[in-house]
Design a protein around this ligand. Structure first.
Ligand SMILES: NC(=O)C1=CN([C@@H]2O[C@H](COP(=O)(O)OP(=O)(O)OC[C@H]3O[C@@H](n4cnc5c(N)ncnc54)[C@H](O)[C@@H]3O)[C@@H](O)[C@H]2O)[C@@H](O)CC1
Ligand SMILES: [K+]
Length: 512
């Protein structure tokens, strides 16, 4: 199954195009949807005492009537509960006519332990808070540990934003053709349970026509064509040279975490650029990673001229203030360098943590610099607080999803935005965006973000395009954390990414 994410409006358009192309009409698609759900219920819950099917007034409810009919035909004890008025002549009305079971009002539905609930109240067409009756059934189901199978989305979850207007806690959500952003964005993702994408006969060629620019962040998005290939004749500087700015003598660990992560990700050489007063403490902790003094803008200019590094990390532990601003703006004055032979961008900048917060009072100076035509590629890695400091108006919006916010920020900043969290969104200035879904709570630990910045820089340094490098970095970081599990601290992460990298490379013969 491919990894595009379709908004409810895009899904409706896919439906329309599929129906126009035939052979299935809307009612036919509804049959296929209902069949997929009924088959899943039969397979997973063969011993259910009773299956309660809750049907809303729209097509989501229509799917529910198909499920109820098919389960009853298979000999299952089914009770049908409905709310709302159907449009006469609609596919949903046809589906309810084809289902001969008695219809009860949802207000009387009390599922008991051993039963199963099929939630077909609202899907993509949700427009208001779900009813008190619906909430009551959801509450009883949770209390009685009755598994809920939601069709398309747990009713109450917006497919566009993942926001909830009252909700069901699904054990399984069965959706059709592709997932929607609301399946992966919080808080919606938390209540979807396992997500199954069923094929109901909408071909990939129809999805292609929609020119989708939102994706689930999976290796399909970046592995095959963009992941760095380590040439057999690779020279260490050809594999990219990452420079990481260190903070002062009492704040050097963050930079070393980034540096180590960049090295583990395959950068051929890594240098920590340290203030003079922190040289000793950095030297005491570095072995393969190089160390160089960089106190002033002149030191940076000299370094740039001498070593031509291919990626920078500025921010982790660096300290907030004028020095961070001056260093960032100096790097942005450098022209981008494109290697036409290899078809790759030769360097880029990851701005993280203090590197972002330093611009809270005058973000426009940063955005002006990043919009200069020849400015090097830029990746920002803000968590929620840092995002709000740099993009206060965008952060405040109540209407926009995290996805829309990341996109708006990417355009304004002319930078790839990695908007971190349990549902990290990666957005590029050209409108492409991805939502990450392989994370785990263990990643929320001090220093984890420093490692992420280093991984992304390591990939940038090897010529990976910035949006792809950011997506790959986020996925690899999350995968390493997920596999390591409880007890992980940031120091473990650079090593934990190694088996993930091995597996990625082994699964792609042309990367070996
Ligand atoms: N996308 C696809 O490929 C297919 C979609 N189908 C189903 O069609 C669904 C979308 O159908 P619709 O567009 O009819 O939308 P819904 O069935 O989600 O809801 C629409 C109806 O519910 C009302 N409504 C929405 N929220 C309400 C609330 N909180 N309280 C009371 N009334 C509310 C609306 O006014 C409208 O009458 C999908 O979620 C999916 O289940 C399938 O039938 C077939 C194929
Ligand atoms: K639903």
């Amino acid at each position: 199954m491919r990894n595009e994410l379709l908004s409810p409006a895009e899904m409706a358009e896919a439906d329309r195009l599929a129906i126009a192309a035939g052979p299935l009409d809307g009612y036919g698609l509804m049959q296929r949807a209902g069949e997929a759900v009924a088959a899943m219920v039969l397979a997973r819950y063969p011993a259910a005492k009773k299956v309660h099917v809750l049907c809303g007034p729209g097509n989501n409810g229509g799917d529910g009537y198909v499920v109820a009919r098919l389960l009853a035909e298979a000999g299952v004890d089914v009770e049908l509960w409905a709310e709302g008025k159907q449009k006469p002549g609609s596919d949903a009305a046809l589906a309810s006519e084809a289902c001969n079971l008695p219809v009860n009002h949802i207000g009387h539905c009390y599922p008991e332990a051993g039963d199963v609930v099929v939630d077909a109240l609202y899907g993509a067409g949700l427009s208001k808070d779900i009813s008190q009756h619906a909430l009551a059934v959801s509450g009883v189901s949770s209390a009685e540990r009755v598994p809920v199978i939601s069709i398309d989305l747990p009713s109450g979850v917006s497919g566009e934003t993942g926001q909830m207007r009252g909700h069901f806690d699904a054990a399984v959500t069965v959706t059709f053709a592709r997932k929607k952003p609301g399946h992966l964005l919080m808080p919606g993702r938390r209540v979807c349970g396992e997500i199954i994408v069923a094929d109901i006969g909408i071909p990939d060629s129809i999805i292609d026509q929609l020119k989708i620019t939102t994706f689930e962040n999976t290796p399909d998005l970046w592995l095959r064509w963009y992941f760095p290939r380590t040439a057999i004749d690779a020279h260490k500087y050809k594999r990219g040279h990452v420079a990481v700015f260190s903070g002062g003598s009492s704040a050097t660990g963050a930079a070393r975490l980034s540096a180590l992560a960049a090295a583990r990700t395959g950068a051929g050489a890594v240098t920590v650029l340290s203030p003079g007063n922190a040289m000793q403490v950095n030297a005491a902790h570095l072995t393969s990673i190089m160390l160089r003094k960089a106190d002033t803008i002149e030191d940076i200019a000299e370094y740039l001229a001498e070593r031509q590094p291919s990626a920078f990390v500025l921010g982790p532990g660096f300290g907030i203030g004028e020095r961070a601003r001056a260093f960032a703006l100096r790097l942005l004055q450098q022209n981008r360098v494109y290697d036409y032979d290899r078809g790759i961008e030769l360097w880029g900048i990851v701005l993280d943590a203090d590197g972002l917060t330093s611009f809270r009072d005058n973000p426009d100076t940063l955005f002006e610099a990043s919009h200069r035509a020849l400015a090097p590629p830029l990746v920002f890695t803000p968590h929620e607080g840092e995002f709000a400091r740099l993009f206060p108006d965008i952060a405040r919006s109540k209407k926009q999803s995290k996805l829309a916010k990341a996109r708006a920020a990417a355009q304004r900043a002319n930078a790839v935005i990695v908007y971190k969290g349990a549902d990290t969104v990666i957005a590029a200035p050209d409108g492409h965006a991805a939502i990450n879904a392989n994370g785990a709570p263990w990643l929320a630990t001090a220093g984890s973000g420093d490692v992420l910045a280093g991984i992304i820089a390591g990939l940038l340094a090897q010529g990976m395009p910035p949006f792809k490098a950011a997506c790959a970095g986020v996925w690899i970081h999350a995968e390493a954390g997920r596999r390591f599990g409880p007890g992980m601290i940031a120091e473990d992460l650079p090593l934990a990414i190694v088996p993930v990298l091995h597996e990625l490379i082994e699964n792609q013969p042309d990367l070996r």
